[in-house]
Write a protein that binds this ligand. Structure first.
Ligand SMILES: C[S@@+](CC[C@H](N)C(=O)[O-])C[C@H]1O[C@@H](n2cnc3c(N)ncnc32)[C@H](O)[C@@H]1O
Length: 256
């Protein structure tokens, strides 16, 4: 009898397990995410954003970096932290929260939301443009979307090193910015659209991959590199004169 291999667990289960591993130290390691949360807070203040009454939520909230920033910037009610990772939600138990897999759509209590915010989470979901479209549909008229998401073209140095080494690039495939903008524009009046390019020092291949793992963001849709493939990748990793580059789309829009 042939031995049947069990099917691999869905990708979101792997993502959950990785983020659980990095949960206790997430806040101290998530420097780019903290900077983006602070940027969204400043944008809300400078645009004098006023939220209508109704549910407000942080989608893929993790430990609540963005929720806390927005609560400072906007005042009013707390954001519901929605995330599938219990270990990250547990970092702050004194706030409204819901453990939920966003690949199943939004929880019913967010229908007619006054504000849906999300930072560095959409890229982990299946079909990001479709998810974004559904998020926009769930907003009430006059409700706000506050979004930050890393997009394609990020860390070119990783894919180039992998290609020189002849090994698969195990970086998460990031969504293109344009289809996300298109979906948002179909339903929202866009008040702020920024395509940002962040540069971070390149600490070397091994240290970079370790940073990703410490954050819990190492889940990959492809198979793990073998020890030999990893050695080849690290030999081809460029020197510290080449920076780590991130493309991040920041979008603020109001439902028409
Ligand atoms: C890089 S963290 C960002 C957390 C937070 N938004 C921030 O800016 O610090 C990505 C978050 O997305 C969550 N996430 C990934 N896939 C998810 C899914 N299918 N459903 C709900 N949350 C998910 C992870 O658990 C994690 O908390």
């Amino acid at each position: 009898m042939p031995v049947l291999k069990p099917p691999p667990p869905p990708f979101s289960a792997a993502v959950n397990s990785c983020f659980s591993g990095g949960a206790s130290a997430y806040d101290s390691n998530a420097r780019l995410q903290s900077a983006i949360a602070a940027r969204l807070e400043r944008l809300c203040i400078s645009q004098e954003l006023r939220l209508p009454r109704g549910p407000r939520a942080d989608l893929g909230a993790g430990s609540g970096l963005l929720s806390r920033a927005l609560e400072r910037g906007l005042g009013g009610e707390a954001f519901l932290r929605v995330d599938q990772c219990e270990a990250l939600l547990r970092q702050d138990t004194q706030v409204p929260q819901l453990q939920w897999d966003l690949n199943d759509g939004l929880p019913p209590q967010l229908e007619g939301a006054a504000c849906l915010a999300s930072s560095f989470a959409l890229q982990w979901l299946e079909h990001p443009p479709l998810q974004l479209q559904q998020w926009c549909s769930s907003l009430q008229q006059g409700g706000w979307l506050l979004l930050a998401v890393p997009t394609s073209g990020s860390f070119p140095l990783w894919s180039e090193a992998a290609s020189h080494a002849g090994v698969p690039c195990t970086a998460l495939e990031l969504p293109d910015a344009d289809p996300l903008i298109d979906r948002a524009q179909q339903q929202l009046e866009i008040h702020c659209l920024q395509r940002l390019r962040f540069s971070r020092p390149n600490p070397g291949g091994l240290a970079f991959l370790q940073q990703i793992k410490t954050l819990g963001a190492q889940a990959s849709r492809g198979p793990q590199l073998t020890a030999g493939q990893l050695r080849r990748l690290l030999r081809c990793w460029p020197g510290t004169d080449q920076a780590i580059l991130w493309n991040v789309l920041v979008l603020i829009g109001q439902k028409r």
